[in-house]
Design a binder for this molecule. Structure first.
Ligand code: UDP
Length: 245
C-alpha cells in the first residue's frame, strides 16, 4: 500500500477507495494484524509540518486516510488526484460494525466521562456481539496504567479519542505491545454517542460539514483558520513543483 502514497505538504496519504480500505480492515481483523490508522485533515497536515516527530508518527502509520475535503482538493490542485475522501467517523462506524459481525473484543478510550459512558452504552445496546472489554475517559493522570489495562485485556480493536496529536502519540508509544487495530478517532465519540449531532446529510454532500461545526461551536474558528492557510501553501507548492518540472 505504501507504494501508492500521495504526498500533501509532507504527509503521505494512502490512495484507495473506501471499499478497498474496508477489505484491508476486514483482513486485518480476521488475521489479528497489528495496524495503526491515522486520519489527517488539513489542520493535522499543518501541525505535522511544524513537528518532525509528529510527522514521523503519522507517516509511519499503516494507513493514512484523507479525512476532510481539503485533502482531496489539495491533491487535485497538486495534480495528484485521489480516489475519494474517507472520514474518520465513517471508519469508526465500519470498524464497530465489523467487530460486531466478527464477535471481537473492543476497548474504547477518551472523551469526557459522560461521553465515553454513553458510547459504551450504545455499543452494548446496538452491537451486542461485541465484547467490550473496557473503557476509560480521556482525562486520566497515569497514562502507563491505562495502557497496561488495555494490553492486559487484549482487545482486537482499540479506539482512542484524545484529539490530535495526543491520540497518535499514545497509540504510537504502546501499539507494539498488542496485536490489534488501533485508531485515533478525535471527537467521533461525541457524535457516535449522540452527545453532539453530525451535520445534516445535505450539508455533508455539499462539503459544508465544516460550516455546520463552526456555527455549532464558534470557538473552533481559530482552528479553522488552518484551512485558508493550508490552501495557500498548496498553491505555493503547486507553483514550486511546476518550476522544478
Ligand atoms: N480529549 C480527551 N482528553 C484530552 C483532550 C481531549 O479525551 O486530554 C477528547 C475530547 O473530549 C474530545 C476529543 O478528545 O472528545 C477531541 O475532539 P476534537 O473535536 O478536538 O477532535 P477532532 O475530531 O477535531 O479531531
Amino acid at each position: 500500500m505504501h507504494k501508492n502514497r500521495i504526498n500533501i505538504l509532507g504527509t503521505e496519504f494512502d490512495n484507495f477507495t473506501e471499499k478497498q480500505f474496508h477489505l484491508y480492515l476486514d483482513n486485518d481483523l480476521d488475521f489479528k494484524a497489528n495496524k495503526f490508522i491515522v486520519t489527517p485533515n488539513p489542520e493535522i497536515v499543518l501541525s505535522a509540518r511544524k513537528d518532525a516527530n509528529f510527522s514521523k508518527i503519522i507517516n509511519n502509520a499503516d494507513y493514512v486516510i484523507p479525512d476532510g475535503i481539503g485533502i482531496i482538493k489539495g491533491a487535485k490542485i497538486l495534480g495528484t488526484p485521489m480516489h475519494e475522501r474517507i472520514t474518520g467517523f465513517d471508519t469508526l462506524k465500519y470498524l464497530i460494525e465489523a467487530a460486531n459481525r466478527k464477535l471481537l473484543k473492543v476497548y474504547i478510550l477518551g472523551s469526557k466521562p459522560e461521553v465515553i459512558e454513553a458510547t459504551a452504552n450504545k455499543i452494548k445496546k446496538d452491537y451486542p456481539q461485541i465484547d467490550l472489554v473496557g473503557y476509560h475517559d480521556g482525562y486520566f493522570k497515569d497514562e502507563g496504567e491505562i495502557a497496561q489495562e488495555i494490553i492486559t485485556k487484549k482487545p482486537n480493536l482499540v479506539l482512542v479519542a484524545l484529539g490530535s496529536p495526543k491520540q497518535e502519540i499514545f497509540i504510537n508509544k504502546y501499539k507494539d505491545q498488542l496485536n490489534a487495530v488501533w485508531i485515533g478517532v478525535g471527537g467521533s465519540f461525541d457524535v457516535f454517542s449522540g452527545t453532539k449531532k453530525r451535520a445534516p446529510k445535505i450539508m455533508q454532500k455539499l462539503n459544508l460539514e465544516w460550516f455546520y461545526r463552526l456555527v455549532k461551536e464558534p470557538t473552533r474558528f481559530g482552528r479553522m483558520l488552518a484551512i485558508p492557510k493550508y490552501l495557500n501553501m498548496i498553491n505555493k507548492e503547486k507553483k514550486a513543483r511546476q518550476k522544478n518540472k
